[in-house]
Design a protein around this ligand. Structure first.
Ligand code: ARG
Length: 409
């Protein structure tokens, strides 16, 4: 066993990480400092701090990183239109590298030699934390108690907690594993482990079911500047508040429920549900401005970049050279992504119904079929002759070689 001197543990305040404090102290006979980041998950910082100290931490950091999270992570994902496997806006996955980054900074300040986290050996988050740690501070040791300890079940953990006077939440534990931040909630376990079973209403935290949403539709207008949303219905607001507001409105209208059987990094398929009202609304609105303002080649190429960007985030490669290079490309494209989008929210649907921009490439005179048409119709026929040429030649050649098949008359 390595000689461990001082540990910094990513701490959520839940059972696993609370038990981890005690277990690490016992096993390595060392001091444990905890680190908790608020990325918008509605927690009480004082409660978390007190609980960590009560459980045996020598010091407990609790920080509000909502702004950094939105500016440096969430909006990069938005500008990229990053959706893993075309569906998941990556709330959890975007949060991990930020926490890793801050933990490395604090580790230096506190002269910590070991970082620890409460992720299991089956998930993606262990990979994201540890790739982050290795990218930024390869010399620090890493411990993942949940991969190493002897407890075989939650009951055994609770027993250990009670024996060691670790405060265990008295209210009945949720059957789900939940992670939430500003960009969404991720929910798994319990009945969700059967992908055929309809997720029960109690699994959802932020969004209403169709039948409980208002009967009237809700109209929304969002303004963007260089790919970033700046106002809702004409009211300019801070970015954190803008996201919180859209989560609230969207949730009321049942927007942003995502149900996905996804491919985890460790090779497992897992069924997870997500709630991401603001992410759904903003991704749709942002894409609508891009449709209007990006030139054809950039728009179509950016589509490939989106899926690669989402994979990099999902796979824990936030600190990779490729992600940083793609950001430069994406930021360059966003210089023209400014304007307004109109949307309607109704019974779980979010639809774009209008868009405008000063940098719009839409040309009425070219598009119209009425008398204002300025398009040169005659030039189309020469264009088509050349456009078809390679296919025409290939098919003629093929017919020559295999005259019995697909003969062109
Ligand atoms: N599957 C999602 C991801 O890998 C979320 C993971 C955390 N989910 C949770 N319910 N604790 O990003």
């Amino acid at each position: 066993m390595k000689n461990i001197k001082k540990i910094l543990l990513a701490y959520s305040g839940g059972l696993d990480t609370s038990v981890s404090i005690k277990w690490l102290k016992e096993k390595y006979d060392t001091e444990v400092i905890t680190y908790t980041a608020n990325l918008g998950q509605k927690q009480n910082p004082k409660e978390i701090k007190d609980k960590a100290i009560q459980t045996g931490a020598s010091k407990a950091y609790v920080e509000n990183l909502e702004k950094e999270f939105v500016n440096e992570y969430v909006f990069k994902g938005l500008k990229a239109n990053a959706l893993y496997e075309n569906k998941y806006p990556l709330a959890t996955a975007l949060g991990r590298p930020l926490i890793a980054e801050r933990m490395v900074e604090i580790a230096k300040k506190e002269e910590v030699d070991t970082l620890a986290h409460g992720c299991t050996g089956k998930g993606n988050d262990q990979v994201r934390f540890e790739v982050g740690f290795k990218s930024l501070a390869p010399k620090l040791n890493v411990i993942a108690p949940l991969r190493d300890w002897e407890f075989k079940s939650r009951e055994e953990e609770i027993e250990y907690a009670l024996k060691n006077k670790i405060p265990v939440s008295v209210k009945k534990d949720s059957p789900y594993s939940i992670d939430q931040n500003l960009w969404g909630v991720s929910i798994e376990c319990g009945v969700l482990e059967d992908p055929w079973e309809e997720p029960p209403e109690d699994a959802y935290l932020w969004t209403q079911s169709f039948k409980n949403t208002p009967e009237k539709e809700f109209k929304l207008e969002i303004s963007f500047e260089n790919g970033i949303p700046i106002s809702i219905n004409g009211i300019v607001m801070g970015k954190v508040n803008l996201i919180k507001k859209l989560n609230k409105i969207g949730g009321k209208y049942g927007i942003g429920r995502i149900d996905l059987v996804e491919n985890r990094l460790v090779g497992i398929k897992s069924h997870e549900i997500y709630e991401a009202p603001a992410a759904e609304i903003l991704m749709k609105a942002h894409t609508a401005i891009e449709e209007l303002t990006l030139d054809k080649e950039s728009k179509q190429f950016k589509h490939y970049v989106s899926s690669k960007y989402a994979e990099l985030i999902y796979n824990g490669f936030w600190f990779s050279p490729l992600r940083k290079a793609l950001d430069k490309f994406i930021d360059k494209t966003q210089k023209v992504v400014s304007g307004q989008v109109k949307l309607i929210l109704y019974k779980g649907n979010c639809r774009v119904v209008g868009r405008k921009s000063n940098s719009s490439l839409y040309h009425y005179g070219l598009a119209t079929y009425d008398k204002n048409d300025i398009f040169d119709h005659k030039s189309a026929s020469g264009f088509i002759n050349l456009w078809a040429l390679p296919i025409q030649i290939a098919n003629e050649k093929k017919n020559e070689l295999r005259p019995d098949k697909e003969v062109i008359k």
